[in-house]
Design a protein around this ligand. Structure first.
Ligand code: SF4
Length: 471
C-alpha cells in the first residue's frame, strides 16, 4: 500500500485523525514555547548546523579517531556495510555469549535493519524496554513516530493491549495503573537479561565514548544489569568533541518534546570492570567485567553522503520536530510512510535506501516548509523533498497516472491552440456536464470541490475589453 492509499485508510476514522492531529500539534506548541525561553535559540541552531557540516566533510577522520579512542577504552568496534551485516554482527555476539534473550532500548537503527524479526527467526527473544516500543511490539506493529513510538494509540488501545498480554483488568485506562503493570513486566526483563542493546544519540570522536538519551532510564536499567552492552549507531551520529554535546543536548529535547533536557542523558565510555568478591578485601560485588561492543553502520549512508543535494539529511539528530509540525504526517499517521522513519525526514532518507519502494514518500508533503523552519540542525527538508521528486520522475519512478497526465499537460501548455481548446472543453464540461468531472474516478474531486467555471476565458474577456476600449 503506498502512502496515499494508507492515508485514505487512516482518514476513515475522522475522530482519530483529529485527535492525532491535535496531539502532535500540542507537542509542536510545547516545542515553540521551549524554544522561546532561550534567546540564543537561533545561534544554537546555527552552531549545531555548522558542527554537523564539519562532521559531513570530515566523516572518515572523525570515525577513525572515534574507533581508535573507543578501542583504547576497551570497547570492541564493529563496522557494518549494510543491515544484513549489522544483524549478523549482533547475532554473533549473542551466540558467542551463549545467550538467547536480549533486552533492547529504543533504537531506530535496529528498526531500519529489521533486527527484531531477524533475531526472532533465529530463536532469540528480544524485549523492547521503552514503554512505547514495548506497547507496539506487543501489538506486532512498527513504531509510528521516532520519539513517541505509540503516539497513534489512545489510552483505551493501550488498556486493551495490556489486558491481552499482561493480564490487566479489562477496560482499564488509568495511566498510573497501566504504567505500573508495564513496570512490573519490564522489571523481570531487566533483571534477567545478560545482553542489553541500545542505540546511540551522539558518539564523540575525541573521547571514544557515546551518549544515549531516554526519558525512562530504560537504557541504563538494561545496560547496568547486563554483562554485555551492544550499542548500534548509524555513522552520522559522530560529533567531534565533548564540548559540542551541550549544543545538541539543549536542542534535542526542546525540539522533541519541549523539555529543557531529556530525563536521562547517559554517558558510556568504557566497559564496567570486573570486581572482586565482597569480603575478600577488595571493593566490588563479585560481578564479572562487562563487554561493550559498538556496531557502526553504513546501510546507504555513504551513498547519501555522496549525493550533494541530499547529504544534509545526515545532519538529523532524530528529534521528530519535523514530524510533529508536518500537516501531512499529522493527518496521515506514521504507519502510512511504510518506512522505519516516518514524516518529512523519513521521506528523504527512505528513497536513498530503496528508490523504487519509497518513490511515493517525497510526494507526501505540502512543501509548506514548516519542517525546515523547526529543524534544530537547519536541514533544508522541504527543498530536499522537492529535489527528490525531480530525481524520482527523471529515474522513471513517478506514478504512471501522474507521469502520463503531466506529459499530456506539458503538450497542452506548449501549444496555444491546444490550450485554448482544452480550456473551452473544460469550462463546458464543468458548466453543462459536471458529472464528467465530479465523480469518484477523478482523484482531485475526491478531496476538493471543483471550481465554478466562468462562461469565457481570461483571454477572451481581455480581448473583448481591449477592443471595446479601442472603439
Ligand atoms: S530532520 Fe531536523 S526536525 Fe526532523 S527529526 Fe531530524 S533533526 Fe529533527
Amino acid at each position: 500500500m503506498n502512502h496515499a492509499e494508507a492515508a485514505v485508510a487512516f482518514n476513515r476514522d475522522e475522530n482519530r485523525v483529529d485527535w492525532h492531529d491535535e496531539t502532535l500539534w500540542f507537542v509542536r506548541s510545547k516545542r515553540d514555547r521551549a524554544a522561546q525561553t532561550l534567546p540564543e535559540w537561533e545561534q544554537l541552531r546555527e552552531a549545531a548546523s555548522q558542527i554537523k557540516n564539519h562532521v559531513l566533510s570530515n566523516m572518515h577522520d572523525l570515525l577513525t579517531q572515534f574507533e581508535q579512542n573507543a578501542l583504547a577504552n576497551g570497547i570492541t568496534v564493529h563496522w557494518a556495510a549494510d543491515a544484513a551485516e549489522h544483524n549478523a554482527i549482533v547475532h554473533k555476539i549473542l551466540v558467542d555469549n551463549g545467550v538467547n534473550r536480549m533486552v533492547k532500548s529504543k533504537s531506530m537503527l535496529t528498526e531500519e535493519c529489521h533486527l527484531n524479526p531477524y533475531l526472532t527467526e533465529r530463536g532469540i527473544e528480544v524485549i523492547d524496554s521503552d514503554l512505547g516500543e514495548r506497547i507496539v511490539q506487543m501489538r506486532n506493529e512498527p513504531p509510528s513516530h521516532i520519539v513517541m513510538p505509540a503516539i497513534h494509540l489512545k489510552r483505551a488501545d493501550v488498556g486493551d493491549t495490556f489486558h491481552k498480554h499482561l493480564g490487566t483488568e479489562a477496560g482499564a485506562t488509568d495511566p498510573q495503573y497501566l504504567t505500573e503493570a508495564a513496570r512490573q513486566h519490564l522489571r523481570d526483563t531487566f533483571l534477567t537479561r545478560r545482553v542489553a542493546l541500545t542505540g546511540v544519540n551522539f558518539a564523540i570522536a575525541e573521547t571514544g565514548g557515546f551518549v544515549v538519551c531516554t526519558n525512562e532510564g530504560n537504557a541504563d536499567m538494561g545496560v547496568h544489569l547486563a554483562d554485555v552492552h551492544i550499542a548500534c549507531m548509524g555513522f552520522e551520529k559522530i560529533i567531534p568533541r565533548a564540548e559540542h554535546l551541550s549544543v545538541f543536548l539543549r536542542l534535542l529535547a526542546r525540539s522533541a518534546t519541549g523539555q529543557p533536557i531529556t530525563t536521562f542523558s547517559s554517558h558510556f565510555h568504557k566497559p564496567r570492570r570486573g570486581y572482586g568478591r565482597r569480603g575478600d578485601g577488595r571493593r566490588g560485588d563479585g560481578r564479572p567485567g562487562q563487554q561493550m561492543h559498538i556496531v557502526i553502520v553504513d546501510n546507504g549512508r555513504s551513498r547519501q553522503l555522496g549525493r550533494p543535494e541530499f547529504r544534509n539529511s545526515l545532519k538529523c539528530i532524530r528529534c521528530a520536530a519535523c514530524l510533529n509540525t508536518c500537516p501531512v504526517y499529522r493527518r496521515s499517521g506514521g504507519h502510512s510512510y511504510h518506512s522505519a522513519i516516518a514524516g518529512p525526514i523519513g521521506s528523504i532518507l527512505a528513497p536513498n535506501i530503496d528508490m523504487k519502494q519509497n518513490a511515493d514518500l517525497p510526494f507526501a508533503s505540502t512543501l509548506c516548509g514548516s519542517c525546515s523552519n523547526v529543524c534544530p540542525v537547519k536541514i533544508d527538508i522541504h527543498e530536499q523533498l522537492y529535489k527528490w521528486r525531480q530525481v524520482l520522475m527523471q529515474e522513471g519512478y513517478g506514478p504512471t497516472a501522474k507521469t502520463v497526465s503531466m506529459r499530456a499537460m506539458a503538450g497542452v501548455l506548449e501549444s496555444p491552440r491546444l490550450y485554448r481548446l482544452a480550456g473551452k472543453v473544460g469550462r463546458g464540461v464543468l458548466r453543462f456536464a459536471p458529472v464528467l468531472a465530479e465523480n469518484n474516478l477523478n482523484p482531485w474531486y475526491q478531496h476538493r470541490d471543483m471550481p465554478e467555471a466562468p462562461g469565457e476565458s481570461f483571454r477572451e474577456w481581455y480581448v473583448k475589453r481591449v477592443m471595446s476600449d479601442e472603439r
